[in-house]
Design a protein around this ligand. Structure first.
Ligand code: KG4
Ligand code: ZN
Length: 358
């Protein structure tokens, strides 16, 4: 089976053609995966502007899908279904993909498959590495989410914990903004952190011990929280600026060295919190493997420490390639193939759902 995947949940318009290989170990092969990023448009505003994002998706979607077919040397006759991200995400952005996928499925007489964005991120691990040893514990960490899932069987995802406030990627983006480094902040903070001293700035870690009133069904002690950390960085930055102002010195508020120190110190706390809970969950659920997916899984320190801890604790660890870690349609196509194989398709009255649960 061959599937067309469509992803428009945030600020990337993406289309991909993915096919089944027939191998149980490595179930899918990517024939094309085209991503049109809107980063340059939103950069100017310091973050994603939802109305600009949805309008740009409308401009880009047809060309991106055409290019996905061209690069795969495929036509509509070669595909067996259309998979699309139904949510969660920005509703205006999601609607463009959902409307396109419904129209395409109806016109080509193909089944439609609705995919949860985070199921896509989880399946990016399988797309990259083949089926994971199960049960697996997977951390999905992006600009909008920081959630831990247990994967007991292929295609089953049980939520173990999530962030109570900011997502880790969101914290990266906010710290970059505070330091005047631009958007998206993750890759820039990651780069500066490499040259900094990760103990230079004292920042707090948060360890939650009790259940969240808003989610009593979760135990809560594996939850994340990054807003206190972000506030501590903001306070530090403000303090330094006040000192400079008092001395009436330098136009440039921070040296590269100081930026490096702040970034490295911040990154150490984030990576430690993420891995701490991930390995805790792996132990608790006797996982046979662990994975990290989503935009923040591109982080160099997170990748290095995951590999290191995995080796020490003798548990196989997996990440997607850099191209598959940020939003892309190949992962949506993969999750779509999984659902299609299980016989789960959507009707043409499918609607986007900005807060879709997994
Ligand atoms: O998965 P993604 O592309 O979109 C969402 O679903 O949110 O993730 C984007 C997020 C942004 O917050 C970006 O700053 C972060 O991933 N990110 C990184 C790195 N590369 C991207 N964060 C830390 N280090 C990186 N190298
Ligand atoms: Zn994402």
């Amino acid at each position: 089976m061959v599937i067309l995947g469509i992803e428009t949940s945030c600020d990337e318009t993406s289309a991909a053609i993915v096919e089944e290989t027939g191998s149980a170990a490595v179930p899918w092969a990517i024939r094309s995966n085209v991503v049109a990023s809107q980063a340059a448009i939103h950069q100017e505003w310091g973050g994603v502007v939802p109305e600009l994002a949805s309008r740009q998706h409308i401009r880009d979607i047809c060309g991106v899908v055409q290019r996905a077919f061209d690069e795969a040397h495929a036509t509509w006759d070669d595909v067996d279904a259309v998979a699309v991200t139904q949510g969660p995400g920005l509703v205006g952005s999601l609607l463009v993909g959902v409307a396109f996928a419904k129209a395409a499925a109806a016109a080509a007489g193909l089944p439609l498959v609705a995919v949860h964005h985070l199921a896509g991120h989880i399946e990016s691990l399988v797309l990259q590495n083949g089926e994971l040893p199960l049960p697996a514990v997977v951390l999905v960490v992006s600009g909008g989410h920081t959630s831990l899932y247990l994967v007991p069987e292929p295609g089953q995802y049980e939520l173990l914990s999530r962030t109570r406030d900011d997502a880790a990627g969101e914290a990266y983006d906010k710290v970059a903004k505070l330091l005047g480094l631009g958007y998206p902040g993750g890759p820039i903070v990651d780069r500066f952190a490499r040259s900094g001293n990760d103990r230079a700035v004292k920042l707090p870690t948060t360890r939650l011990t009790h259940a969240d009133r808003n989610a009593p069904e979760l135990k809560g002690d594996l939850d994340f929280s990054f807003s206190g950390l972000k506030t501590a960085v903001a306070r530090y930055v403000r303090g330094r600026l006040d000192e400079r102002r008092a001395k009436a010195s330098a136009e440039r508020p921070f040296s590269d060295r100081e930026i490096g120190d702040v970034c490295a110190s911040f990154q150490r706390v984030v990576v430690t919190a993420l891995l701490d809970r991930l390995f805790d969950a792996a132990r608790r659920y006797q996982a046979k493997s662990i994975g990290i997916a989503g935009g923040v899984s591109a982080n160099s320190r997170l990748r290095a420490e995951l590999a290191e801890h995995g080796r020490l604790r003798e548990i196989p660890s997996f990440v997607p390639s850099l191209a598959l870690s940020t939003d892309n349609a190949a992962m949506i196509a993969a999750a779509g193939l999984r659902k299609l194989r299980a016989g789960v398709t959507a009707q043409l009255d499918l609607n986007a759902d900005a807060a879709l649960a997994l």
